[in-house]
Design a protein around this ligand. Structure first.
Ligand code: ADP
Ligand code: MG
Length: 399
């Protein structure tokens, strides 16, 4: 991918429209985790140094084309103002006469944050007039929201096709980390994959069957593979319609000489048990699971086997919690994987909304990993080798 970055183009005194990813968690109207806001700072600071006029665009949550008061970006503006130590002015819409007026009055070195783009359904539809209006606010477009580069929306693809474009420092960093991994991973390359469903991960599994030495399976995903191997998974989260697919993948792995490892034991609860911090849990071998139990985590033997493999790896890519980490008795497997990755000598690369959420819950500092991707879906698509529409648009309409 040959993408121009913000450093390759002239932004001095220009109106620069930046797509950032301020899709942050909010609790009682306050930003509860500002990691994504902090990740956007290098690009904003760079533009401030260049004396540009900065117009920021972002979505937050899923308002489905309507104004949802709780999803306004005011708490983001507040946090940005605090972190940058300069006033970030926030508007109550992202299009319309008021926005046009404020943009035209913007001075060099000032920052304007427009309202949640997803308050308009035209955003996700990439509607022409809406994209035209957004594009009219800038002389240049900078894509710095890695979390949405797999989406063809007005604020990602639409504006990029209408303005001279480049990527920001965060997207540049993400691409560099993922490309390095993709092109010359330190061996052995190990993929740890968990989470709820096979569907969203199938592309990455296939790709890594070709590339990786070992794949460690956990989560609901592993249950479908256990069913494919003939084990009783009872009421455990699994996809019966994907069992055949799991069989195919097991064969593909064998042919490609990739070791696909399934859990040998599992932490389970009674089918009818209410799941909370005190749910009784049983650690059983997978060949001895009664049908009235459900698998909610990888067991102790599996945890130590996976940890050993991670310890000997050259590169570890991890996506998807290996158990129901939100519920204390079933968080042990995810914790063991996180700790093994954190203390491994390997290059470690993590991504996924729930995977990062798990690190937060389990109090594992993100500095312990080589690269934490801010994009879950986008990271998976990139690792699959798929085209990312928002980056393709920047490349097509490069500044
Ligand atoms: P990510 O967002 O990191 O890509 P996913 O969205 O694929 O991860 O999956 C995360 C969800 O999978 C979590 O809510 C977790 O509780 C759930 N999960 C993992 N293992 C199990 C399991 N054995 N049974 C039920 N849910 C599980
Ligand atoms: Mg998720």
């Amino acid at each position: 991918m040959k993408l121009k970055t913000i450093r390759d183009i002239a932004v001095k005194n220009k109106r620069v429209l930046v797509r950032a990813d301020f899709n942050v968690p909010l609790v009682n109207g306050k930003v509860s985790d500002d990691t994504r806001i902090r990740q956007a700072l290098p690009t904003i600071k760079f533009l401030l140094e260049q004396n540009a006029k900065i117009i920021l665009l972002s979505h937050l949550g899923r308002p489905h084309g309507r104004v949802v008061a709780e999803l306004r970006l005011d708490p983001v503006a507040e946090r940005l103002t605090k972190l940058l130590k300069i006033k970030v002015q926030k508007l109550d819409d992202c299009v319309g006469p008021e926005v046009q007026k404020k943009v035209s009055e913007l001075k060099n070195g000032e920052i304007l944050l427009l309202e949640n783009t997803r308050f308009h359904s035209q955003e996700t539809e990439n509607e022409k007039n809406f994209a035209n209006e957004l594009a009219s606010y800038g002389d240049i477009f900078i894509q710095d929201a890695f979390g949405v580069v797999h989406r063809a929306h007005a604020s990602t693809v639409g504006v990029a096709l209408r303005l001279p474009s480049a990527v920001g420092l965060l997207v540049e960093k993400e691409i560099a980390a993922l490309t390095q991994l993709f092109e010359q991973p330190k061996k052995p390359l190990v993929l740890v994959i968990g989470g709820a469903k096979i569907d969203t991960k199938i592309g990455v599994l296939r790709k890594f069957i070709e590339k990786a030495d070992t794949i460690l399976l956990g989560g609901g995903l592993a249950n479908t593979f256990l069913a494919a191997e003939g084990f009783e998974v009872g009421a455990s989260l699994h996809e019966s319609s994907k069992i055949e697919l799991a069989r195919e993948l097991l064969l593909e792995a064998k042919a490609a000489n990739c070791e696909l490892v399934l859990p040998e034991d599992a932490v389970c609860a009674d089918v009818d048990a209410e799941l909370n911090a005190t749910t009784p849990a049983l650690d059983l071998r997978v060949d001895a699971l009664p049908f009235n139990l459900k698998i909610l985590d990888i067991g102790a033997r599996t945890q130590s086997r996976y940890s050993e493999i991670i310890k000997r790896a050259g590169t570890v890519v991890w996506n998807g919690p290996v158990g129901l980490f939100e519920c204390f008795p079933f968080a042990g497997g995810t914790k063991a994987i996180a700790e093994a990755c954190a203390s491994a000598e390997a290059t470690t690369l993590l991504g996924g909304g729930d995977t990062l959420e798990a690190l937060m819950c389990l109090d594992i500092p993100i500095q312990k990993f080589t690269h934490i991707s801010t994009g879950g879906g986008a990271m998976l698509k990139f690792l699959e080798g798929k085209e990312l529409p928002a980056l393709a648009a920047v490349e097509k309409h490069t500044a």
